[in-house]
Design a binder for this molecule. Structure first.
Ligand code: NAI
Length: 385
């Protein structure tokens, strides 16, 4: 099986998410790192790409140069990852889709719902794959929870409770630190702070595991540090289309919580719980039963989880390998489209542009609701109403 060619925009030296993509794309041998426009500083981007093994003629100074350079090549990249700051995602993703490239875009996929709808339509019209890096959905035990819900093991799902709350912006003395301040400035971050940054990961997990969609929601936003315009804490009540009740808390001032992403799903026959800081375990309690721990790698684990597991029981597979799982699925999807063969259903759980759009619609709904003192609002994108 020949390797696919992969390129990256953003994710330059010192960036937060760049290393996870480089590790992830190359972890399983599906992709060669063939091209990049890695940095807002053209010279730094070219030099860094070459230091990572990209050929000089494919180490580009900016994404437009990369688009022009790759378009005409026989060995053009099969997939481009967009890992630049949020406000650039739409323009770059759309341009690459229109030129016939498959795209993996970082979250949030766009800055507005309209842009999100445009990306979904562009991916449909061009027949290209557009994925969004909701990488927590690719942890083996998260996939196992999805399997448990889909197979009916938990019965009808009554309630889902998701948290993505950490304490890393809790220091009021740090409020003017430029690395922190932009996240609460609408000119830089958009309509929402913590909800758009982290809350959407937790909400995406709630929908991924339940296999359902958010329909309505009610939100309470707070900026607990007065100089912050955008929220640093949000509580969201939501409803899924099959009637499941949802609760979401997302915060940056929760001192003592570290990464802080966890989720519980309560069905009529049992409940499950997963914490990103102990990613290899799911806590499972049957109705009227004792709590047991399901371990990644144990015998009898679902095919959905086994498909994205590599190392034995009790060896954690953390964040970069979750990102790698998105690339494993994408490699299968790209090859299936290229070769006109059916995609293995086990590889079809990667997050698509539709998930990016639904997230954006939810973010806008939380903002509207919070402004209206928590009024319940429609959270569906207009094109899915
Ligand atoms: P960062 O600020 O640490 O790094 C951004 C990188 O992009 C830098 O190397 C910068 O030079 C480069 N860059 C900026 N504009 C560019 C342009 N026009 N062309 C080429 N390169 C450009 O940002 P970070 O934290 O890595 O975030 C990037 C994106 O990844 C954001 O959208 C963020 O929301 C997302 N992210 C996603 C995570 C996840 O769990 N899926 C986790 C962290 C970030």
């Amino acid at each position: 099986m020949t390797k696919l060619n992969w390129g990256m925009i953003g994710g330059g030296e010192g960036s937060q998410i760049g290393p996870a993509h480089r590790l992830g794309a190359q972890a399983d041998g599906h992709f060669t790192f063939a091209a990049g426009a890695l940095d807002i500083d053209a010279d730094k981007g070219r030099a860094y790409a070459q230091s990572l093994g990209v050929a000089a003629d494919r180490a580009y100074g900016n994404w437009q140069e990369m688009l022009d350079g790759e378009k005409g090549r026989e060995d053009r990249i099969d997939l481009v990852t967009v890992a630049t700051p949020n406000s650039t995602h739409y323009e770059i993703t759309k341009a690459f889709l229109e030129a016939g490239f498959n795209v993996l875009c970082e979250k949030p996929m766009t800055m507005t719902v309209e842009e999100g709808e445009d990306i979904v339509r562009t991916a449909e019209a061009t027949g290209r794959i557009c994925a969004v890096n909701y990488c927590y959905s690719a942890y083996p035990m998260v996939r196992h929870m999805r399997h448990m819900v889909a197979s009916g093991e938990l019965g009808a799902i009554r309630c889902v409770v998701a948290n993505f709350s950490h304490g890393h912006h809790a220091d009021a003395g740090d409020a003017d630190n430029p690395r922190v301040r932009w996240r609460y400035d609408p000119a830089m971050a958009g309509v929402s702070g913590q909800m758009a940054d982290c809350g959407i990961h937790a909400l995406n997990l709630a929908t991924f595991i339940t296999g359902d969609e958010v329909t309505t929601l009610s939100a309470d936003f707070a900026s607990t540090i007065p100089s912050r315009v955008l929220e640093d804490d949000a509580m969201v009540n939501f409803r899924l289309s099959k009637g499941t009740i949802g609760r979401l808390w997302t915060s940056t001032i929760a001192i003592g919580r570290m990464h802080g992403l966890d989720i519980q799903v309560f069905g009529e026959k049992g409940g499950v719980r997963w914490h990103s800081e102990q990613p290899g375990q799911v806590w499972y309690t049957r109705l009227n039963g004792r709590t047991e721990i399901i371990e990644k790698g144990e015998g009898g684990i679902s095919e959905m989880a086994a498909h994205v597991s590599r190392v034995p029981i009790a060896h954690p597979e953390g964040f970069p390998l979750a990102v790698a799982n998105i690339y494993v699925d994408l490699a299968a999807a790209i090859r299936a489209r290229r070769d006109g063969t059916p995609l293995d259903p086990a590889a079809d759980h990667f997050p698509k542009a539709e998930a990016g759009l639904r997230s954006m619609a939810s973010v806008y709904a939380t903002v509207a609701s919070a402004k209206a003192d928590g009024a319940w609002v429609d959270a569906r994108p207009p094109m899915y109403r």
